[in-house]
Design a protein around this ligand. Sequence first.
Ligand code: FNR
Length: 193
Amino acid sequence: MAVPKILAFAGSARKESINKKLAQAAATEAQAAGAEVTFLDLADYPMPLYNQDLEDESGLPDTAIAFKEQLIQHHGFIIACPEYNGSITPLLKNAIDWATRPASLSEPGLVCFKGKTAALLATSPGGIGGLRGLVHVRAILSGIGVLVLPDQKALPHGSQAFNDQGQIKEPAQAEAIRAIAQKLVAITAKLNP
Ligand code: FNR
């Protein structure tokens, strides 16, 4: 069976982002489960706010093309999604919107999303951990052809959840993330023999 390639990223560009920590913790577990894992920081792919006039005039920005290429190169995604006002962050929505746009006339529609798998995670400083935002991320990704795992995890009190090594301190919470990462790797491997 081919080794599944998983791209892990967070919907935050913030230097001290707790969702980046969560994506990295899950990436470590996916690697331990046998996947080849890449961690991507959206701060390295700054994209202008999507505007169709901009696309008509200049096409896709280089950063959007590079982000798309990373999505194309992987079979599945771990996405840790901060919750802004009960929903997806503008950063993550903007990156997804750009990535749905074709880079050339011959490119198949939604090439970097269709047939891919995704595991959704969230964390926030609050007690619900960003759970409400995942409903919207799930709907968006499902609508563009991504198979989103039913299993998801919103980690509460994310500001205190990680030790200095970036590991999740609470064993039960760490186990929940491990289980989701393992399931993503197993399902992605089966879908990409
Ligand atoms: C937030 N935050 C937040 N938290 C939450 O649990 N539910 C929410 O609806 C919101 N809404 C919200 C809106 C806006 C505009 C901001 C800036 C913040 C707090 C948020 O969870 C916190 O800033 C996290 O640290 C963001 O994630 P990163 O960047 O640390 O990964």
